[in-house]
Design a protein around this ligand. Structure first.
Ligand code: PFF
Length: 458
């Protein structure tokens, strides 16, 4: 059985999974598209009110069952009725990774280009054109996504304990430090205050039910909720020799709070790097998925030691992305292994890593061929596969997965199984039974215009 060797190892691996492209690439552009400050308030509120119980819940059910997303629901409920939820998480993770590795590939591409000093002397228009030109090179994109897949698979090949934990222990603190240094530099740029105002001054007129649903989705995406990742990691948590109910509960609560605080902090730091840059150089905050990639090299031009700074930044993005892809792929590997135990031919870790790696290569290539327009019929309702996978997972599948897990623990695990103190148990059950499912359900209906509420703003 795989396992982490220490509490700090669990925290760093969980934080490594959570802090990734979601915070540094997705958070800024989604905030930019949805008007800034008011969206951020929603994001933080959802991360605290929903995020905390859901993160704790994932850890707890993983720890209690010692299983991955495949076996967890079956083991805890003693029936097969919940297997659909296991398969839903697997579909979601597969879709999510099929665009996540693409963007990780972009990071590697930008890292190599930054190292070759390609961005020197390019203005805003030049940088936008550079990104657009890259968007027409499917083979280059596939090549870089392939590099990301192979690197991730190599870490998983050596098992969780040695691979993920060791890597996270070194890289996470480094990442944190680099972001702080960059954010403190950026806020002093000319135009930096406008960027900060955009980020922190709420403008509620942009809030619609669809935007609210996006805030829920982004919050869950950045916290790695609803995909079985923290469930799998919960199963790897070390058991203490003299474990009491109190110490077990304290461990899970502390790890969850620390992880959430770190994610919110890093997402805000990323915003504090990107938005001052956007306003200082005249980009649009609603630039979309290319936002981080076009704006930042512009800024690096005018900084001390531009090549070194841009290389450091893209190296940091690669680190953040890889610690997340490791967790995503580990969930798939654990799932494939557990599912294969139901057959006559159980698969070992190495075979499972190869199978998942090949699936990744295929799905990522399809997304790339679709988004670059190389294969025109690869679309869903006129949208390319990259956008479809990106929006479908964040705005729909992850919230449904989170709601399902919440209902499962709230209503279907016998209370005696997860023993906890009365206070925690009350708050926890209240949130999992009622607040999370009901609120997410209402937001869903509302985003489909079922009630036609209007949000009144002055
Ligand atoms: N939380 C990661 C990020 O923000 O980049 C991405 C992610 C990892 C999402 C794992 C979901 C997940 F289950």
């Amino acid at each position: 059985m795989s396992s982490f060797s220490s509490k700090i190892g669990v925290l760093l691996a969980a934080a490594g999974s959570a802090v990734g492209l979601g915070s540094i690439w997705k958070f800024p552009y989604v905030v930019g598209e949805n008007g800034g400050g008011a969206f951020i308030i929603l994001y933080v509120v959802f991360s605290l009110i929903f995020g905390l119980p859901l993160v704790m819940n994932d850890f707890m059910i993983g720890r209690l069952s010692g299983k991955s997303a495949y076996g967890v629901f079956r083991t805890l409920s003693g029936t097969n009725h919940w297997q659909w939820l296991s398969w839903l998480t697997m579909v979601t993770v597969t879709l999510l990774t099929s665009f996540y590795f693409v963007v990780t590939g972009w990071c590697f591409y930008y890292l190599t280009e930054a190292a070759m000093n390609t961005f020197a002397g390019m203005d805003a228009e030049g940088l936008t054109n550079f990104f657009t030109a890259f968007g027409h090179k499917p083979l280059t994109m596939i090549g870089y996504a392939f590099v990301a897949i192979v690197l991730t698979a190599a870490v998983l090949w050596f098992d969780v304990n040695k691979g993920i934990e060791r890597l996270s222990k070194i890289l996470m603190p480094l990442l944190f430090l680099m972001l702080i240094v960059m954010a403190s530099h950026m806020v002093f740029l000319d135009g930096g205050t406008t960027g900060l105002k955009f980020l922190f001054e709420p403008n509620f007129s942009k809030l619609t039910p669809k935007v609210i649903l996006e805030a829920v989705g982004l919050s869950f995406f950045t916290l790695s909720i609803g995909l079985g990742i923290l469930i799998t990691y919960g199963g790897y948590m070390p058991k203490e020799e003299k474990e009491t109910l109190h110490s077990k509960e304290k461990n899970i609560v502390n790890t969850s709070i620390q992880m959430i605080a770190l994610v919110i902090f890093i997402s805000l730091l990323a915003g504090m790097i990107v938005f001052p840059a956007v306003f200082a150089y005249g980009f649009s905050p609603a630039e979309g998925p290319q936002l981080t990639f076009v704006t930042l090299p512009a800024v690096f031009q005018n900084m001390f030691c531009p090549t070194l700074t841009s290389v450091s930044f893209f190296a940091l993005m690669c680190v953040a992305a890889i610690t997340s892809t490791i967790s995503l792929m580990e969930v798939m590997v654990a799932f494939v292994r557990e599912a294969s135990e139901d057959t006559k031919r159980p698969l070992n870790r190495h075979k499972s890593v190869i199978i998942v790696g090949v699936i990744q290569l295929i799905t990522n290539s399809l997304c790339i061929l679709s988004m670059t327009g190389s294969v025109r019929w690869l679309t869903v309702m006129d949208k390319n596969l990259f956008d479809t996978a990106n929006n479908l997972t964040t705005d729909i599948l992850i919230p449904i997965g989170a709601m399902g897990t919440s209902i499962f623990t709230g209503w279907f695990i016998p209370k005696a199984r997860y023993q906890s103190s009365p206070m925690i148990s009350f708050l926890y059950l209240l949130t999992l039974r009622w607040i999370v499912p009901v609120v997410i359900f209402i937001i869903f209906l509302e985003s489909m215009n079922v009630f036609q509420f209007t949000i009144i703003t002055k």
